[in-house]
Design a protein around this ligand. Structure first.
Ligand code: BTN
Length: 251
């Protein structure tokens, strides 16, 4: 059954008439970009697709969607450097409030439950606006890719995508207004904070301690030679937890 978009909440920024539902699209990101370019969409628009056959993740990875199994949407907002974190915290709060699920941010753009991915976030720019793409594993009964999970696999019952969206957008609207304070909330939900990590960047591998998240959502690391390094989300391909020195000492 396709989505009943009339049952989705409309707020003050993401108003009901700005929710655009498509049965089948190559990519909700691409559609949002076209609608901005041709002057149809501005801040507050939400593009949702039941089936996405040419969707994109970060670094050119594929993100496909098939009907009720998953939820793929893109929303349009004014640019700000904290959008990935605001979106990630909103997904985490929705999962907690609606399904009592405890999830974490695997910085910069994944949401995980016990290390298994449940959601990916992709932020892109067009003109003076940002397009934020969200892909969530909702009703899959087997993990859709390696090391993944879905809401249904976690709570063991079918999930309404309309309910998820109706809960997520009011939470997101509040989080978009919160400014830098969101970083304090994000810190409580970060995988690997204070741990030793290995980072795959565009320019090679960095190893060190994940110290904090800075005021612009950047990752602050103390690398092996003791220097402090700041990394923006776009610079980081992958973060892997290393055994930390204490763990190594006890082996
Ligand atoms: C990632 O994990 O690399 C980010 C995945 C983002 C996927 C979403 S699904 C909705 C939107 N449309 C796309 O083509 N991609 C994003």
């Amino acid at each position: 059954m396709s989505m009943d978009v009339d049952r989705v909440y409309g707020g003050s920024l993401f108003t009901k008439e700005k929710f655009l539902f498509y049965q089948r699209l190559p990519s909700t990101q691409g559609r949002a970009r076209e609608l901005i370019r041709n002057g149809t969409a501005d801040a507050g628009y939400v593009i949702i697709a039941d089936e996405q056959y040419n969707g994109r993740g970060r670094f050119g990875r594929e993100w496909l969607a098939e009907g009720e199994k998953s939820l793929t949407f893109s929303f349009v907002v004014k640019k700000n450097p904290l959008l990935t974190i605001q979106t990630a915290v909103s997904v985490i709060e929705t999962l907690k409030e609606e399904y009592n699920l405890k999830s974490e941010i695997k910085w910069p753009n994944d949401i995980v439950i016990d290390g298994r991915k449940i959601c990916g976030i992709l932020v892109e720019m067009e003109k003076n606006l940002a397009i934020v793409g969200v892909g969530i594993n909702v009703n899959e009964t087997i993990p859709p890719y390696d090391n993944a999970t879905s809401i249904r696999l976690e709570i063991k019952r079918p999930v309404s995508r309309e309910l998820f969206l109706s809960s997520f957008f009011p939470i997101l609207e509040e989080n978009l207004k919160r400014g830098n304070i969101i970083i304090e909330t994000a810190r409580k939900h970060l995988s690997f904070l204070g741990r030793y990590v290995e980072i795959e960047t565009k320019d090679g591998i960095l190893k060190g301690e994940f110290i904090d998240i800075g005021g612009n959502g950047e990752m602050i690391m103390r690398v092996e030679n003791g220097a402090m390094v700041s990394l923006l989300p776009g610079e980081v391909k992958k973060v892997i937890k290393q055994k930390d020195y204490r763990e190594v000492a006890f082996v």
